[in-house]
Design a protein around this ligand. Structure first.
Ligand code: SAH
Length: 350
């Protein structure tokens, strides 16, 4: 198995059946080796730096009805809120003082955020924080809309593909949502010039190893700047309430494989990883992740952005989250870097 791991590191990819072995038949000792190689590769490209991305959850309204998500339109029990442009600006101001140089505006697909309104918010942040990256994670929009937001000053866009297997995608989403639309959005974002993040949930209902292999193959061909992965976690008021959560182990293994496949990728140790295990994010960093995304949303709305049950960090102020994460990062020998932390494209080979 060690040879196979070395081959993955050297070639950046493995034939499907070899990848399958890595995901399914790996011993504890080989897993340690996999993580050690992932750390070595991450340190070669990004050193011991970890970047903070300040997450501002701007709306819990959503027109979509994804079966896994706690803020799906069909969840009548979900409490809805929407931050005002002033509140969003205040979160960023607070974050800037705490050393954040990336703001991630995330929300449900809320029709209130028209291009006009969202562009005004982005342009305002761009003007006041010229040294910061602005990331959007607001779901599927038209190419025109993505272009307008880019022109207004957005640099990056996170849109997880959720699963690269069309049948699996259909089982996680309502009829009107299509994998092909999702992939088209990702391509538009890339063509426009965004640093694009895709990603998927680990252990979502119906996901088998072939789905994960499809995800890895998609990522290998799409070459995203960022890949967000975290365990699926059930939410009590969704159709998947009784489904089993994804595991820490599989998520870590996938993070390490992704690091070897794409040495330069920005890989977050996600909140979901910190929810599935108290030291999940630390373990994620030790398996190749180099990003954490502390919450900058006002504490008054945190409980309302419940994508899954038991989400962590819903009670703390931004500053508490920031310093808690700093301790966690330093506990595993890494340190926070205060700058935008842009994707470094791999040097052209040959
Ligand atoms: N509306 C935006 C943001 C969605 S929330 C968009 O469509 O991109 C961000 C991510 O949270 C989703 O892409 C999904 O992968 C993840 N998520 C949603 N529900 C989840 C759950 N129950 N468990 C784990 N992750 C979940």
């Amino acid at each position: 198995m060690k040879q196979r791991i070395d081959k993955l590191e050297t070639n950046g990819f493995l034939p499907r059946e070899e990848l399958r072995c890595l995901l399914c038949d790996i011993s504890a000792a080989d897993t340690e080796y996999l993580f050690a190689r992932a750390r070595a590769v991450r340190e070669r490209v990004y050193g011991k730096a970890v970047w903070l991305r300040g997450l501002i959850e701007i709306s819990s309204y959503c027109k979509n009805n994804c079966l896994y998500c706690g803020i799906r339109a069909g969840n009548a029990k979900a409490e809805r809120y929407r931050l005002t442009p002033e509140e969003i600006h205040f979160c960023a101001k607070n974050g800037y003082a705490l050393g954040f140089r990336t703001f991630v505006l995330q929300g449900g697909e809320d029709p209130w955020f028209t291009d006009e309104r969202l562009c005004a918010i982005v342009a305002d942040l761009r003007k006041d924080y010229p040294d910061c990256a602005i990331t959007l994670s607001m779901g599927e929009r038209s190419r025109r809309s993505y272009q307008a937001l880019f022109n207004a000053g957005a640099d990056r866009y996170l849109l997880r593909h959720e699963t690269a297997n069309a049948a699996h995608y259909a089982s996680l989403h309502p009829e009107e949502m299509r994998l092909s639309s999702r992939l088209k959005c990702l391509q538009h974002l890339k063509d426009i010039g965004y640093q694009v993040g895709c990603g998927f949930m680990v252990g979502s209902p119906g996901q088998d190893t072939d789905c994960l292999l499809d995800d890895l193959e998609f990522i290998h061909s799409f070459l995203p700047a960022m890949v967000g992965i975290g365990p699926f976690l059930p939410h009590k008021d969704t159709p998947f309430a009784k489904e089993a959560p994804g595991t820490l182990e599989m998520t870590l293994r996938l993070l390490a494989v992704l690091r070897l496949m794409q040495p330069n990728a920005l890989l977050p140790a996600t909140t979901a990883l910190g929810t599935v295990h108290p030291l999940g994010r630390e373990k994620g960093l030790l398996a190749g992740a180099n990003i954490v995304m502390p919450n900058l949303s006002p504490v008054t709305v945190r409980r309302k952005y419940m994508l899954y049950d038991n989400k962590i960090c819903t009670g703390e102020e931004a500053a508490e989250c920031r310093y808690c994460l700093q301790r966690r990062i330093e506990s595993v020998g890494y340190s926070i870097e205060v700058n935008r932390g842009d994707f470094i494209p791999p040097a052209e080979k040959g």
